[in-house]
Design a protein around this ligand. Sequence first.
Ligand code: SF4
Length: 210
Amino acid sequence: MDRDIDCLRSIPISALEHHAYCPRQAALIHLDAYFESNIDTVRGDLAHAAVDRIGAGTDRRGQRVWQSLPVWSDSLGLHGVCDTVRFYSDRPTPMEHKSGAYRPGGPADLQVAAQVLCLREMFSVPVPCGVVFSGRDRRRHDVVVDDDLRERVIETTRAVRELLEEQHLPKAVNDARCRRCSLRPGCLPEAPSVAPAQLFMPRSEGSLDD
Ligand code: SF4
């Protein structure tokens, strides 16, 4: 067990993905319970709808498959739900379904790596990798969970826990990430750079991203 991470408040794995995208996004969702939908979140919901069935079965190759499998790690203080877990020779491999493009090293890697670490602990078997299925290219992308990625999961979990315990809302990043972020209407990332009165002025249609 790692130092300083025993007896911990359990963190939802989804918060790691949100934090990796933008720490303020993680705080808005997991501290303030603020959420908005946009076209990307609706696409994501539709992609998950196809796999959001609880239960077990076998696939065309006769391999065992669990859908919506709850996972957790007491040693890391993490919990979540895997979209799909396939058992190859009794070794579980989680697959996370994403509607958008796959970005190597991006937030989805962190999410599926956290699932891998949970499964290693739950089943006490080697789980070398997870998979991100991208709806954009309709391909599976293997995510090998090595020591570096494991360390990123631990560090991000620690950062999210600190953020939740200190109830701290990080500053807005106010960069390209905000253009596709569904929380923009309530986050107001541009607020520090414009006079407060301007926030409530009508904008020309061309300046609207939403
Ligand atoms: S709008 Fe920008 S700063 Fe606000 S949560 Fe989204 S990405 Fe983060």
